[in-house]
Design a protein around this ligand. Structure first.
Ligand SMILES: Nc1ncnc2c1ncn2[C@@H]1O[C@H](COP(=O)(O)OP(=O)(O)O)[C@@H](O)[C@H]1O
Ligand SMILES: [Mg+2]
Length: 251
């Protein structure tokens, strides 16, 4: 298996957000993480993303124990996240290229022969690469020079995904990636996620409360309730009704 959480617990003061959670993500697998509000889904994603460490428990990547003290350390292991509130990571008044490359701008020497140590932004190169990634993403962006604010929710989500894909992730963590989208955009983003998983071989954890889309896109469903894993199933073998029962508890 690619990634494994073993008996992970995490509390915020009195709130036990996760309690003894074990979780596996296999190579080339898309896992849907479902559960009601406050079930612990985002907390699980944040632990995998290095946002904060667990209070207890271990994380293994390709069989080796890993400790992520911050998101950068998770990135170094090929783990990238598109968080629930993507607006937080995008700079709305900067253009699409700037957002895709933020913090990792490509530079080149100003005068290669004389003073190679004076660097300028390689704007054309970045724009070209941004266009290439976006065309792979398959969602239409008219111009990479237009600010993020001028685009729709689905297009912004595509930019956030393009930003993550550019890093060539091994593992992509998506927290409610379609929550803010219209029906048509939802469909486009889901198709993209499926393609990233199946054609580019990226392993994906997708958090969603929309069971229709979970059943559409994932290979396996893991259900959290009150900070615990209460069940798992394959969408080809379980019904939505059964999954709803697991989410809310009871029969
Ligand atoms: N930073 C935080 N500080 C305090 N409590 C938090 C924090 N993050 C999450 N929680 C609490 O932990 C529980 C799980 O939250 P979360 O993982 O966001 O659930 P979900 O994403 O499934 O809705 C909730 O009770 C939530 O209020
Ligand atoms: Mg959440």
């Amino acid at each position: 298996m690619l990634l494994q959480l073993e008996n992970v617990s995490k509390s915020f003061g009195e709130v036990r957000a996760l309690e003894n959670v074990s979780f596996v993500l296999n190579y080339h697998e898309i896992v849907g993480l479902v559960g009601g509000n406050g079930a612990g889904k985002s907390t699980l994603i944040k632990i995998l993303a290095g946002v904060f460490p667990p209070d207890k428990g271990r994380i293994y990547l390709e069989g080796q124990e890993v400790v992520f003290r911050n998101p950068k350390e998770a990135h170094n292991h090929g783990i990238y996240t598109v968080h629930q509130k993507m607006e937080e990571i995008l700079a709305p008044h900067h253009d699409v290229t700037a957002n895709i490359f933020m913090g990792e701008e490509v530079t080149r020497p100003l005068f290669r022969s004389f003073i190679p140590f004076i660097k300028v932004l390689a704007k054309r190169e970045m724009e070209k690469e941004a266009e290439e990634i976006l065309s792979r993403v398959g969602i239409r962006i008219d111009s990479v020079r237009r600010p993020i604010v001028s685009y729709s929710g689905g297009q912004r989500q595509a930019v956030a995904l393009a930003r993550a894909i550019r890093k060539k992730p091994k593992i992509l963590l998506l927290d409610e990636p379609t929550a803010a989208l219209g029906v048509k955009e939802k469909f486009q983003v889901l198709r993209l996620i499926r393609r990233l998983g199946k054609e580019e071989g990226i392993s994906i954890v997708i958090v969603s409360h929309n069971l229709e889309e979970v059943f559409e896109v994932v290979d396996r469903i893991v259900v959290l309730r009150n900070g615990q894993v209460v069940g798992e199933c394959s969408p080809s073998q379980a019904t939505k009704e059964r999954v709803v029962q697991m989410i809310v508890g009871g029969e």
